[in-house]
Design a protein around this ligand. Sequence first.
Ligand code: SF4
Ligand code: SF4
Length: 147
Amino acid sequence: MAIESGHPTQQPCVHCGECVRVCPDALNPETLFFALVRDDFASARDGRLDACSECHRCVEVCPSHIPLLDWLRWGKSEQAARARAEAARERYLARDARLVRERAERAAARREVRPTVAAALPAQTISHAEVLAAIARGKARRRGKHP
Ligand code: SF4
Ligand code: SF4
């Protein structure tokens, strides 16, 4: 993530708990920050990332000048983007499953119709003599004669 902030040089978190103390939404900006650094969106969601009202207080008190709010904003937008992508994927899979099901239903319907049509057709039989006569007629035609 590219962080742009006007903070002085960022230092490692000293776990002072100041950001937690000032948060009006009862969040733990420190743990949210570390969850987002680890790309751990499940923990960020459990930590109620969405509830951040972006008041900026945690940034103001952080002695390590960590751009907490930049991280939290990025985390919220990334979380929303991932949720949209997941919803789109689920829609795609549902559509795929529906098409497969409909194809199978059409094939099953065709299998049911086919014997009925075959049964409705008259039984066609041809005798050995008729086969020989047809062959003879074909040969005669090829020789330019007619039987
Ligand atoms: S910016 Fe968000 S996390 Fe930080 S103090 Fe305000 S509400 Fe809490
Ligand atoms: S205020 Fe800054 S240094 Fe202190 S716990 Fe929060 S993130 Fe860490």
